[in-house]
Design a binder for this molecule. Structure first.
Ligand SMILES: [Zn+2]
Length: 108
């Protein structure tokens, strides 16, 4: 893939993640105490859902940070190399997750 194509792919993904981030942020709004708004949901269910939404929010924020970092590496001409060992990251791996900063041996 050319740098221009990678940039387009990264930016498209970034926009997608940003939209999901906005959605997750609105899902973490404080649990309404108003009984009339609780409906069929118990307060505990509502709090559980809120905790899950908070976790989703954190995950989206990490994804966004990873995408930003990938775009910066692309601009610096360092894109596609493992941050741990400096070896090139496999094309198949990058195709699957263009923002990944690590090669297959250093993933996780
Ligand atoms: Zn590596």
């Amino acid at each position: 893939m050319t740098d221009a194509k990678i940039k387009i792919a990264l930016e498209a993904k970034r926009e997608q993640v940003q939209n999901r981030l906005k959605q997750a942020a609105s899902d973490t709004a404080p649990v309404a105490l108003d009984q009339t708004q609780q409906g069929r949901l118990s307060r505990m269910d509502a709090m559980q859902q809120q905790a899950m939404a908070a976790e989703t929010l954190r995950r989206r924020q990490r994804e966004l940070a990873q995408l930003d970092a990938a775009l910066q590496r692309l601009q610096a001409g360092e894109y596609g190399y493992c941050l741990n060992c400096g070896e090139p990251i496999g094309d198949a791996r990058l195709a699957l997750d263009p923002a990944t900063p690590f090669c297959i041996s250093h993933a996780r």
